[in-house]
Design a protein. Structure first.
Length: 437
């Protein structure tokens, strides 16, 4: 094998050592991807901790700050299909390194911001594009390339990294912000981004063939065709948009984003502040959600390999909707919110593995990551709508509660809508787009 660089030599040697111990290098790629998605999840979630400090320092209202966060969430989603096409063309490693550099540069530049337009440019556009390049399509791409068996479990583990990002990062950021100011919190995120970039550079490889392996669980090589850049993303959308299944997945994932990233991740800490709960305590509740979401999402990946994914999504959306409808009736004590953290946290991102599996079943392995990128764009459009809408509700109505009632009701709609899909066909027939769904 020809070694192109010291990092290739390191990963090649490590792959040989692991192979002698019966461990596939795909698990190393999954671990590096997990770390990357964990850190970028911290960057995505950080603004929820920083809304109140920005209000105090600059006098910006919630709706104005939320507009920047909404732009970030829109770009985070819209970059998804193009990120998948870029990864197909240039490989995940280069795109992830570019993304981490963009996020870090946007956060570092924001340390000196004084105007609202600078917040919109840096946190909205720059960080939005950077995080969009490492969105959930990264996990779907790595899982699809490196794993034939255990793919649902790997998707669950990688998706759960965002929950772990909350668990580890957000309480630390809240404590740093309270003790040393929001700039110290941003510097901490930048340090973590640098750490992730180091591991990506040294260990992440684009495909199993780079270290002389086949995907985990495969015994024969199966070459995949090379696709164009923007053409791959647009062509995939054109084909998928003709089907019912795409629009059902798109709409339900729109609702998923509205009821998670856009609402809870962005506005939960300010909501708790309205009821007298300090930011560090509220961040601890979010961390509790992260614990249960990690368990729920990994379990969802395991279940998605074994059961009808439509029924899994029916229960996930239904239970999430009920938990959001019940939240306004909580006493907003730490104990009362802990119960919400358990119920809501178990299926925060549990919807992702079944949605990825449905995309792979209906659109084929070759197109799955790009089609899922467009479905994920719907997720982030929903998140952006909720991020801005909830901020507007707080500014105009002096209450977040209407946004929570609306999100809960939409989840019940999603629960019913997913059952309009026909039962899945048997996997193993790659390819053809279904006519109806």
């Amino acid at each position: 094998m020809i070694v192109a660089s010291p990092s290739h030599a390191l990963s090649g040697s490590l792959a040989c050592v692991l192979a002698r111990r019966g461990v596939h290098y795909g698990w190393v790629s999954a671990a590096v991807t997990f770390l990357t998605m964990l850190v970028t999840a911290g960057a995505v979630g950080a603004p929820g901790v920083l809304i109140l400090p920005l209000q105090r320092e600059f006098g910006w209202d919630t709706a104005s700050i939320s507009s920047a966060l909404a732009i970030r969430l829109v770009l985070f989603g819209l970059m998804g299909p193009f990120a998948a096409a870029l990864m197909n063309r240039y490989g995940p490693r280069r795109i992830v390194l570019l993304a981490l550099a963009l996020i870090a540069s946007g956060l570092l530049a924001s340390l000196a911001m004084t105007q609202l337009w600078q917040l919109i440019l840096l946190w909205g556009v720059v960080v939005g594009v950077g995080t969009g390049l490492t969105a959930l399509v990264l996990g779907a791409t790595v899982a699809t390339r490196w794993f034939s068996h255990r793919r649902g479990l790997v998707v669950g583990l990688l998706t759960a990294s965002s929950a772990t990002g909350q668990l580890i990062v957000l309480p630390v950021l809240a404590a740093l912000t309270e003790a040393m100011g929001w700039r110290a919190a941003l510097l901490t995120i930048c340090g973590l981004l640098g750490l992730a970039a180091t591991f990506v550079f040294l260990l992440l490889r684009d495909r199993p063939e780079d270290v002389g392996l086949l995907p985990y669980g495969e015994t024969t090589a199966n070459a995949a065709p090379t696709r164009g850049l923007a053409v791959g993303a647009i062509a995939a959308l054109r084909g998928a948009a003709r089907t019912k299944v795409f629009w059902v997945l798109f709409i339900t994932f729109f609702i998923c984003g509205a009821s998670t990233n856009g609402l809870i991740q962005t506005h939960f800490i300010p909501l708790c502040a309205d009821y007298g709960l300090r930011p560090v305590q509220a961040a601890s509740v979010l961390a509790g959600m992260g614990v249960f979401d990690f368990v729920g999402t990994v379990a969802s990946g395991w279940l998605s390999d074994r059961y009808d994914n439509r029924w899994l999504l029916f229960w996930y959306y239904g239970l999430r909707g009920l938990s959001l409808l019940c939240l306004p009736f909580s006493d907003f004590s730490f104990t009362g919110l802990s119960l919400f953290a358990v119920l809501y946290g178990l299926d925060w991102i549990a919807t992702v593995p079944p949605t990825v599996k449905l995309a792979a079943q209906r659109f084929g392995r070759e197109r799955a990551n790009v089609v899922f990128g467009w479905v994920f764009a719907g997720h982030q459009l929903g998140a952006a709508t909720a991020a801005f809408g909830a901020g507007l509700s707080r500014t105009e109505l002096q209450s977040y509660l209407p946004a929570f009632f609306a999100a809960g009701a939409l989840c019940l709609v999603a629960s019913a809508l997913i059952l309009t899909l026909s039962p899945p066909r048997r996997e193993g027939v790659p390819g053809a787009l279904p006519a109806a769904g």
